[in-house]
Design a protein around this ligand. Structure first.
Ligand SMILES: NC(=O)c1ccc[n+]([C@@H]2O[C@H](COP(=O)([O-])OP(=O)(O)OC[C@H]3O[C@@H](n4cnc5c(N)ncnc54)[C@H](OP(=O)(O)O)[C@@H]3O)[C@@H](O)[C@H]2O)c1
Length: 301
């Protein structure tokens, strides 16, 4: 079976509140251009639109985006709107607020709680919707997220947001948020070559409580914003060889094996990589392979 014939069904679904999503989703951050984060050369518009069409064709029903994903000439939200509106009924679009970029793309200070309504409305305008399915509060180093999350909880009450998530958090932030409103999803950095006990603990707590855990930089690994890493661990390469798949696919599959509540959102601007990433949902790793990958992770940790 080639990558092109494997659909997102292979990895099954999860529920974000009342919304069912494919466990293999799509991250929109790489749609807007090359180079570190999203400065640099703007992407080819038709190619990015083709990636979005292909994601939906292959059964992806979970797209992760943000208004602050933009390059000089491209906006992830605008591309999603252009490619996919009117949106399929089963498509869930999750967005994030908290970080702030000015019009030239420079990062500014993070949003104050009273500015979050404007940031949510910006996402609504760009996506062309009158409510947002899931909105994450992306924590920006603040010790307490209560004020920011409380502001989003009010917008949820007002009907602008269906479900809330949090991102870049420790277990104490999850507890803090849950005292204010239900949390359906947590999005943290997490990869087979990056061991952080705090993120492992968050993943475990989410599993116990039936909350989705959504890793970012699972493919990019330690390269993070810089993009896909070529510095794959020997075990990742060995498992990839054994299955005749790419290291990126092993990286995605490993995250999906950490629990049924783990949702992948690999990001790409390349239609071939998109098909490969969706196909990673069909990859079944053996207990021995998982043990070897985990041991290598501990060692590199
Ligand atoms: N909450 C947060 O703070 C936060 C932070 C960062 C990102 N995110 C979200 O998480 C999503 C995932 O993160 P990400 O997009 O930065 O990283 P990623 O999925 O870990 O990796 C993306 C990088 O890997 C490359 N890549 C993807 N699939 C590949 C494949 N099959 N083979 C080889 N290379 C491949 C991409 O390049 P090509 O484009 O060339 O394929 C890109 O450079 C983002 O899109 C965004 O929605 C959230």
């Amino acid at each position: 079976m080639t990558s092109e014939t494997i659909t997102a069904d292979a990895a099954g679904t999860w529920k974000l509140g009342d919304l069912s999503v494919s466990r293999v989703g799509f991250g929109a951050m790489r749609l807007t251009g090359s180079a570190a984060f999203h400065f640099g050369t703007p992407s080819d518009r038709q190619r990015s639109i083709a990636v979005l069409h292909k994601a939906v064709e292959l059964g992806v029903t979970h797209i992760d985006t943000a208004a602050f994903y933009f390059s000089a000439l491209r906006s992830a939200n605008e591309l999603i709107n252009t490619a996919l509106a009117p949106y399929p009924d089963d498509l869930v679009i999750a967005t994030k607020v908290g970080p702030y970029r000015d019009y030239s793309g420079e990062w500014g200070t993070s949003a104050r709680p009273d500015q979050l309504r404007g940031h949510v409305e910006e996402n609504l305008r760009q996506l062309g919707r009158d409510h947002l399915d899931v909105v994450y509060l992306r924590r920006m180093r603040q010790d307490s997220i209560a004020e920011h999350f409380g502001a989003l909880a009010e917008l949820r009450e007002a009907g602008l947001i269906r479900h809330l998530g949090i991102s870049g958090v420790e277990p104490r932030h999850l507890a803090e948020a849950q005292a204010i409103a239900p949390v359906v999803s947590v999005q943290n950095q997490y990869a087979v070559d990056r061991l952080d006990p705090v993120d492992d603990e968050v993943l475990r707590i989410c599993g116990e409580q039936g909350i989705a855990f959504v890793p970012f930089y699972a493919v990019a690994g330690k390269a993070g914003a810089e993009g896909g890493t070529t510095a794959h661990d020997d075990e990742v390469l060995a498992v990839a060889r054994a299955h005749g798949v790419s290291p990126a696919q092993v990286r995605i599959a490993w995250t999906l094996h950490q629990g049924p509540h783990v949702l992948a959102i690999p990001g790409t601007g390349n239609p071939d990589h998109l098909a490969e990433n969706v196909a990673a949902g069909a990859l079944r790793l053996t207990a021995d392979e998982l043990a070897r990958l985990n041991a290598a992770r501990e060692q590199a940790g």
